[in-house]
Design a protein around this ligand. Structure first.
Ligand code: SAM
Length: 292
């Protein structure tokens, strides 16, 4: 067994050896607490039959833990300066592949096909770069990448928004977009002190597990998200007012929206934040014939 990378001393040693300096613009906050890493990895269902995708391996603190448990780890790292560092730190682990790529530009389906052809079970485990937390999550979900679980560290505030329930301040189109695809649960709150350098905010580990065909009655997914986003256009306004402004103009727009509210049995005087996902689905399905 090799010494853990994720201690303040070992991390500083590695950074010094390679003359590495942090780039704030790339969200580089490296984990230096092995307990947090154990917690993250224990919440991911990883065996030797699992393929793991990591976003942003940094110097490999989390990567080495994943490599010890998984069949294969493929890690996307945008910062070319980290490639020689990872070559060094990951040299004991033959099951790690680092892709020098911006994960947001990656063709996930192609990478999964090429790298994980023999793997049925694929999970994403990452300490995300915080400046692009939401786009990364939405990319994995909306592109329907063949991934059954994501265990990811992010700003606590974003994890709170993702897991929020109706009629709370944090509930919004992000809660709906993620919970539409996944069961979401916070597994750990993480203090700033376990990172070098320390971020400005508290963090949380979020577990997302795919819901299998949870909402089979959705007529059009894209339109559902247009309606949910439109319903939160101005949080203090009613869904009726928000949809009047956000749906495309057309003949008898008001009457058609009115009709859809009746069909969906939703009170137009409610605010978006009070509607559950099944209620949004009913409303979007009723609006779809007139506005798609
Ligand atoms: N996994 C390491 C750890 O836990 O110590 C580092 C995590 S650090 C919060 C985020 C990492 O993501 C950095 O290594 C950064 O260079 C990388 N990164 C930032 N933007 C990226 C992108 N668009 N695609 C891939 N990696 C990215």
């Amino acid at each position: 067994m090799y010494k853990d990378i994720a201690t303040p001393m070992r991390t500083k040693e590695i950074l010094q050896k390679h003359g590495f300096s942090f780039k704030k613009s790339l969200g580089q906050n490296f984990l230096v607490d092995p307990n947090v890493l154990h917690n993250i990895v224990s919440h991911a269902a990883i065996t030797k039959n699992t393929g793991v995708i990591e976003v942003g391996p940094g110097i490999g603190a989390l990567t080495e833990h994943l490599a010890r448990q998984a069949g294969k780890v493929v890690a996307f790292e945008i910062d070319g300066r980290l490639l020689p560092v990872l070559e060094d730190t990951m040299s004991p682990y033959l099951n790690v592949t680092v892709l020098h790529q911006d994960v947001l530009k990656a063709d996930l389906h192609q990478v999964i096909e090429e790298q994980f052809a023999d793997y049925e079970d694929i999970v994403v485990v990452a300490n995300l770069p915080y400046y692009i937390t939401t786009p990364i999550i939405m990319k994995f979900l909306m592109e329907k990448a063949r991934v059954k679980q994501l265990v990811i560290m992010m700003q606590k505030e974003v994890a709170d928004r993702i897991t929020a329930v109706p009629s709370t301040k944090a509930y919004g189109s992000l809660s709906i977009a993620v919970q539409y695809y996944m069961d979401a649960e916070v597994s750990m709150i993480v203090p700033k002190t376990v990172f070098i350098p320390q971020p400005n905010v508290e963090s949380a580990v979020l577990c997302l597990t795919r819901k299998e065909n949870a909402y089979p009655d959705v007529v059009d997914e894209e339109f559902l998200f247009i309606v949910t986003q439109g319903s939160f256009l101005h949080r203090r306004k009613t869904i009726w007012n928000n949809l009047q402004s956000s749906l495309p103009e057309g003949k008898e727009k008001k009457e058609l929206i009115q009709k859809a509210f009746e069909v969906a049995e939703v009170d137009p005087g409610r605010r978006g934040e009070t509607l559950s996902i099944p209620e949004f689905i009913k409303l979007a399905n009723a609006l779809y014939p007139y506005f798609h």
